[in-house]
Design a protein around this ligand. Structure first.
Ligand code: ZN
Length: 136
């Protein structure tokens, strides 16, 4: 036994916001605007085609550790039925996704797991590309 893992291993987080069909896509795009107006985060491209381990179209939100405390509760209140995966980035990509994440709403399967490596450098939060002007 090496003892429990330290939260200092968490270099950043991702939220993957999934959508299914045109109605949910519109909700996801509205949510994207609401996020950009309220949080200093990095909004990733909208993937209408499946990428990585994801089985539904989605976009990624990369954010730093201090942002978690405000952003995740806000998502709880405002995800409007969309499935969301929030996972830490500790450098163990596989377990970060399949074991250490939390889901809001529906739990989706993850695929293509062979592309996730468990011994990588933990990803720091990407530079924010939003300019929030409203309080959450
Ligand atoms: Zn991710």
């Amino acid at each position: 036994m090496t003892g429990p893992r330290k939260i200092a291993e968490i270099a950043s987080y991702h939220a993957h916001i999934y959508f299914d069909g045109p109605e949910q896509r519109a909700i996801a795009m509205d949510l994207r605007d609401l996020i950009s107006e309220r949080f200093s985060v990095s909004l990733g491209r909208v993937h209408d085609r499946l990428v990585g381990p994801h089985v539904r179209p989605m976009y990624q939100v990369s954010f730093d550790v201090p942002t978690f405390a405000g952003f995740v509760p806000w998502l709880m209140l405002n995800r409007q039925g969309l499935a969301v995966l929030i996972h830490p980035n500790t450098g163990r990509e596989l377990s970060d996704h399949i074991a250490q994440g939390l889901w809001l709403g529906e739990i989706l399967p993850l695929v293509n797991l062979e592309m996730l490596k468990d011994e990588t450098v933990a990803e720091e939060a990407r530079a924010p590309n939003t300019v929030p002007t409203l309080s959450p």
